[in-house]
Design a protein around this ligand. Structure first.
Ligand code: ADE
Length: 227
């Protein structure tokens, strides 16, 4: 069982995304548990303040250290985390390898940032990983957390019906997946490639491998260079 805790100041954003499809099934099968922690409960003072102006001046607020410190320590006193992850555009870019690695963990804590980000001392002293989901800026880390839970959760053994289906995903072997087709064999004059109808397993396998390579060369040559 993988437990993922998510610290958020917008917990409402994280209510429905895990209630559908494969991630819902993973939770129902007790292979995945997702807990959302409302940072507001750790806010400072009567107004439960979470953000403040940045030292040195400049536009944009910063998420204060105190609520995050108290929240993370509270969770750490009850859980032993394999990773405490800050979701941030300047983190390491998420890829299938990172998702695979995280799917081997037992407990992960995600921290969703807002505004200009979190007080850097949290990053220096409390965080073990920093992950970005791509070179663009989101208005908060919650949508990144949803993507991380999805990418990791579907890889947990027993979540997908057909164990091999995660292995044939794009990126699993640094290649894009081959095209897939279903009935009818001809629609609107558009035909399914003949080989797929042949029933010849070895030829089909060869065609798929070839398509994977060709598509990767054409669309994502960078994946081949990484090898
Ligand atoms: N928060 C804001 N932008 C982000 C990104 N690209 N990845 C992860 N977290 C983020």
């Amino acid at each position: 069982m993988l437990t993922i805790d998510i610290i958020s100041l917008l917990p409402e954003l994280l209510t429905s995304p895990f209630d559908h499809s494969i991630i819902k099934r993973a939770r129902q099968k007790n292979l995945l548990q997702v807990n959302v922690i409302d940072l507001r409960e750790y806010g400072v003072g009567k107004h439960r303040q979470l953000d403040d102006y940045q030292y040195g001046g400049g536009a944009g607020m910063v998420m204060m250290i105190e609520p995050l410190f108290n929240c993370i320590n509270d969770l750490k006193s009850k859980n032993q985390y394999d990773a405490i992850v800050y979701l941030t555009p300047d983190g390491k870019t998420l890829n299938q390898g990172i998702a695979n690695h995280f799917s081997t963990f037992n407990k992960i804590l995600f921290i969703c940032g807002h505004y200009k980000g979190i007080d850097h001392r949290v990053r220096d002293h409390l965080i073990t990983h920093e992950i970005s989901i791509g070179d663009f800026v989101l208005s908060g880390g919650e949508t990144a957390a949803i993507i991380m839970v999805d990418a990791i959760g579907r890889l947990l053994p027993g979540v997908l019906n057909n164990e091999s289906s995660a292995l044939s995903d794009s990126f699993q072997d640094n290649l894009l997946a081959p095209p897939v087709y279903s009935r009818p064999a001809e629609f609107n004059g558009w035909k399914v490639p003949e080989v797929l109808l042949s029933g010849h397993d070895a030829k089909i396998e060869e065609w798929r491998t070839n398509q994977s390579l060709e598509r990767t060369k054409e669309l994502r040559p960078d994946l081949l260079e990484d090898e």
